[in-house]
Design a binder for this molecule. Structure first.
Ligand code: ZN
Length: 109
């Protein structure tokens, strides 16, 4: 097989792709096609078992990140479909943005 990516090369690529999103400190790297165990920094509850190859080809392997990513994409699509005026505003969520100012003090410039 022509693909020979060693640990250093893999890490370099992974970090240039994901930055500090994944923790590789517990990883035991054997080859590009041997699954490794890594951790998503944002969702460390579950370690990610993935081959280095797949890791670089996908969103990284964290299911939670993938779900977030999908939700964001979906939201964007829905927002385009939806008219802004349709957004429901529950009465309880209507907290005033600014505290009421006593009198209309003219803004000193
Ligand atoms: Zn994650």
């Amino acid at each position: 097989m022509g693909l020979r990516i060693d640990e250093a090369t893999f890490l370099e690529r992974a970090i240039s792709r994901f930055g500090t999103r994944y923790d590789y400190s517990k990883m035991i790297y054997k080859s590009f096609r041997t699954p490794i165990k890594i951790r998503c920094v944002e969702h460390p509850v579950r370690e990610v078992v993935i081959t280095p190859e797949r890791h670089l080809q996908t969103t990284g392997g964290c299911k939670y990140c993938l779900r977030n990513y999908r939700n964001q994409t979906l939201e964007r699509v829905l927002r385009l479909d939806c008219e802004p005026s349709v957004l429901p505003v529950p009465p309880l969520a209507r907290t005033p943005q600014e505290p009421p100012v006593a009198g209309q003090i003219s803004k000193a410039v």
